[in-house]
Design a protein around this ligand. Structure first.
Ligand SMILES: [Cu+2]
Length: 161
């Protein structure tokens, strides 16, 4: 009995040390917290925010696609320090260093989406597909929200949320 208890403690200790050192599991390339913020003006593009968790190797994000939209691009906003204006440009790739978190947010990298369809607006979510240079394709469900964070107007009209 005493001996078994000793073994049990040893196993617990090994698990604990493995957890501390983070060994066993390499970082996994992933996309999290995707949310589409609908433009108040339907003909204007909406912004897609999310973050990419870098995996075991350096990769490049090459495209953002969704079956629920007409067009999607990767953009980067930057501020002109001289006059304080903010502008954005379309870019074709974003480096995702191994193990690092890259945020797509206001004033920085973001997805630009035209024509989010009625299904996305009524369900309050849509599938988005991210393609990386190593061949990984990651699909996530993005929340679809109005500018103030509430459910899309088309969903509210149905009596939800
Ligand atoms: Cu943009």
């Amino acid at each position: 009995m005493q001996q078994n208890f000793g073994k049990y403690i040893t196993v617990l200790l090994v698990i604990f040390i493995m957890a501390l050192s983070g060994c066993g599991k390499p970082p996994q390339l992933n996309v999290k917290d995707a949310v589409l913020i609908l433009s108040p003006v339907d003909t204007n593009p909406s912004a897609l925010y999310f973050y990419v968790q870098g995996g075991p190797e350096d990769v490049v994000l090459r495209s953002i696609l969704s079956p629920s939209v007409i067009r999607s691009e990767i953009h980067k906003s930057s501020k002109n320090d001289a006059d304080g204006t903010v502008s954005m440009e379309k870019i074709s790739e974003v480096p995702i260093p191994a193990g690092e978190k890259v945020e797509f947010k206001r004033g920085s990298y973001h997805g630009m989406i035209w024509g989010a369809n009625l299904i996305a607006r009524r369900t309050g979510e849509m599938e988005v597909q991210f393609t990386f240079s190593n061949g990984d394709i990651i699909r996530v469900m993005a929340d679809v929200q109005e500018l103030d964070g509430s459910a899309p107007d088309e969903r509210k009209a149905l009596g939800y949320d």
